[in-house]
Design a protein around this ligand. Structure first.
Ligand code: SAH
Length: 353
């Protein structure tokens, strides 16, 4: 049995499924899901993320969150949480750097929200020596100040796609034809959740909607508004997405998203406007390119300090990592950062209101 078989059987039995249902099966199926069965990260995996490129990324994020904690009067008991922590590299680097801020790590109860058992065990190794709690759901987080990081988490959440048909919408679905998975369109229906998109779209335009993005953001924002804290959310995407951004990656190259379910990473661009709208009653910062954010946090100084003890290929690697994280032609512009913070508090460092 393969996931391809399971999905085609299910569609034959009960009809086409939404792209969200397809993504959920592909990424998180308990037996065959992409994240459930492997560690996809790093050069040997399918894709590489910022914390795996350089320790500087996690260090600067850790110090930025510690600065938010200082700015908010050093609350004595906080949750330090990460959504989708991958190999645990970012959190390990953040904790090492933030250990230089007296009291911060002592105040922090570390919580990781992770669906994959494979990645949970890697996180456990990366964070050996720290007291860590794992949970499946953001709603399990305690009611106390929340300092949260999410890097390339929201892009893995399942989206639905809709094509405008006059003032109605046809959902793009996954069906089966001659034993092969293919996209089709549902019948035109009203979609109250997309009412605001009637103003900026034309007949035939495709829009995406990510229901879990709204639910998760509301949960984070409610805690930050009630108890204090901050969230740094980093991902690729833009302010209001338009068009098909569903993407499959295998071995660092794009492939057809329907070709091999469970064997490739599936993502969609994050709609930061939808995220910001769900973040009330918090404040949110301007959407800021990752390169600019890291420069403002001092990545170049940090790179120069690290470079002093390096030579040869190690030095070249450091220079390449700095460029990859910050340069507009690499990750610098493609990835964006938004910060959530309580009313009356200062925005997180590196971000403007
Ligand atoms: N933040 C990491 C990993 C990004 S990959 C990094 O930057 O390297 C996406 C991560 O989100 C993985 O850890 C994956 O297992 C996790 N994930 C994906 N969907 C999830 C969900 N619905 N709930 C919890 N974790 C999820």
């Amino acid at each position: 049995m393969s996931l391809h078989h399971l999905i085609t059987d299910r569609i034959r039995a009960s009809g086409p499924i939404s792209i969200a249902e397809y993504m959920t099966e592909c990424l998180l199926h308990p037996q065959y899901g992409y994240y459930t069965t492997r560690d996809p990260l790093g050069r040997a995996g399918d894709f590489i993320t910022a914390p795996e490129i350089s320790q500087m990324f996690g260090e600067l994020i850790g110090l930025a969150l510690a600065q938010c904690w200082i700015d908010q009067g050093r609350p004595p008991a906080i949750t330090l949480a990460e959504l989708g922590p991958g190999r645990g590299t970012l959190m390990a680097d953040a904790l090492r750097a933030a250990a230089s801020v007296p009291g911060f790590t002592k105040a922090a109860h570390i919580v990781l929200i992770e669906a994959s058992p494979t990645l949970r065990s890697l996180q456990q190794q990366a964070l050996a020596g720290h007291d860590v709690t794992w949970t499946d759901s953001i709603s399990d987080l305690p009611e106390q100040p929340l300092f949260l990081i999410a890097n390339e988490f929201f892009d893995a959440l399942p989206i639905r796609q809709f094509i405008r048909d006059e003032n109605l919408w046809r959902e793009r679905r996954v069906g089966v034809q001659d034993g092969t998975l293919g996209f089709g369109l549902g019948t035109p229906m009203p979609q109250p959740g997309l009412a605001h998109r009637l103003a900026d779209t034309a007949d035939g335009d495709l829009v995406e909607h990510c229901a879990p993005l709204t639910a998760i953001t509301e949960s984070i924002a409610a805690r930050i508004a009630a108890h204090g804290g901050a969230a740094l959310i980093i991902d690729y995407g833009d302010w209001r997405t338009l068009g098909d951004t569903l993407q499959a990656i295998r071995d660092h190259a794009p492939v057809d998203p329907l070709i091999d379910p469970g064997q490739c990473d599936l993502t969609a661009h994050v709609d930061f406007e939808a995220l910001a709208l769900a973040a009330t009653p918090c404040q949110y910062t301007r959407l800021t390119p990752q390169g600019m954010f890291l420069e403002r946090l001092g990545i170049t100084n940090r790179a120069q300090t690290l470079a002093k003890s390096l030579s040869g290929p190690h030095l070249d690697e450091m220079v390449a990592a700095h460029r990859r994280l910050t340069h507009p032609e690499e990750m610098g512009n493609l990835f964006k950062v938004i910060g959530l913070y309580p009313a009356q508090a200062a925005p997180p460092p590196g971000l403007n209101p």
